[in-house]
Design a protein around this ligand. Structure first.
Ligand SMILES: *[C@@H]1O[C@H](CO)[C@@H](O)[C@H](O)[C@H]1NC(C)=O
Ligand SMILES: *[C@@H]1O[C@H](CO)[C@@H](O)[C@H](O)[C@H]1NC(C)=O
Length: 305
């Protein structure tokens, strides 16, 4: 039996009985992964299922790629946020994720490496020729002593990333053997609807990505934001099947990827599947020096230190 068919029927029955809002359907993605798991276990025998689940893509490494040079924000990973380097905050969050067997920082910069070793992180030096974080993760993966089935690319500029989100994308990839990639989205704030730096996402009814865009998708024919539609904002975190990560940088750029300047479109344009989970998360990406003040006042308001 195809686990995905169980998935579909459980999600439609639950949304039918509780509420018909598309928001609750979206929220059900994580939940119906669990429901599907239970159904499969019942169908084929709990022990066989657990045995298989325990083996599938079980070894997981979290990699935090960090470079010093940045066109928009030189030295960004080391910028202090309430007195602690941003990369340290990201690393501390990642260390709390139960799904990660190992967490490393991958960098080409000696200052960053030194700082990270100082607070206790494992560091992998990668070459300066890495063109982006994905390539850096791939190079780091090759240099690790142990083998891993899943690599989580934890972007260093999301210092408030919740460990539960990391665990969520890992579980999603473990539960979706037909996907090579998983990532997370959260509700899009109406004021971010037309900001091209906020990437929007649409998904199918089983939580697989259909498309990502810098424009607002879906597009209401009024041309305005529909206040009732649950638009999705893409979060930077992503995890890959490590076999896929090895070929990902080598896949030729694709037309939609180039037009939108969104790397993840290359995955979809090549016909690979990507699992998306919906989470509650206030995005506090640090892209510019001004963002540092914003995140600091946010943390002070909430007594986060
Ligand atoms: C478009 O948005 C409006 C609200 O702004 C909503 O009432 C309508 O159902 C949406 N869809 C279409 C097809 O107009
Ligand atoms: C990252 O680098 C790879 C080449 O290794 C390229 O295919 C991909 O499109 C790049 N992504 C971005 C966002 O530049």
């Amino acid at each position: 039996m195809n686990p995905m068919s169980i998935c579909t029927s459980s999600s439609s029955s639950s949304s039918g009985s509780s509420s018909s809002s598309s928001y609750s359907t979206a929220k059900a993605w994580i939940v119906h992964g669990i429901v599907a798991g239970v159904a499969v276990a019942a169908a084929i025998g709990a022990r066989a299922y657990l045995g298989r689940a325990a083996k599938f893509r079980s070894r997981v490494v979290g990699i935090i790629p960090a470079r010093f040079a940045s066109s928009r924000f030189q030295g960004k990973p080391l910028v202090p946020i309430l007195g602690k380097p941003m990369i340290q905050r990201t690393w501390e969050r990642a260390k709390l994720a139960a799904s990660l067997d190992h967490v490393v920082v991958a960098t080409d910069d000696e200052k960053i490496a030194e700082c990270c070793r100082g607070f206790g992180a494992d560091v992998i030096m990668t070459s300066e020729s890495c063109r982006n974080g994905t390539e850096r993760c791939n190079e780091a993966l090759q240099k690790l002593d142990k083998k891993y089935d899943i690599v989580v690319n934890i972007q260093g500029d999301e210092p408030l990333i919740e460990p539960e989100i990391i665990d969520g994308v890992v579980k999603a990839l473990q539960a979706a053997p037909d996907a090579v990639f998983s990532t997370a989205v959260t509700s899009l704030k109406p004021e971010d609807a037309f900001d091209p730096n906020r990437v929007k996402c649409v998904v199918d009814n089983r939580g697989y990505a259909i498309y990502f865009s810098r424009g607002l998708i879906p597009h209401n024919k009024s041309g305005k934001v529909n206040p009732k539609f649950p638009y999705l904002l893409h979060l930077g975190i992503q995890s890959y099947d490590s076999k896929f990560l090895k070929i990902y940088p080598e896949l030729q750029p694709t037309p939609l990827q180039l037009e939108e300047d969104l790397e993840q479109l290359k995955v979809l344009e090549n016909g690979y599947k990507m699992k998306v989970i919906k989470v509650d998360h206030e995005a506090h990406g640090v892209d510019t020096p001004e963002d540092v003040q914003k995140i600091e006042s946010y943390m002070l308001e909430r007594n986060l230190s």
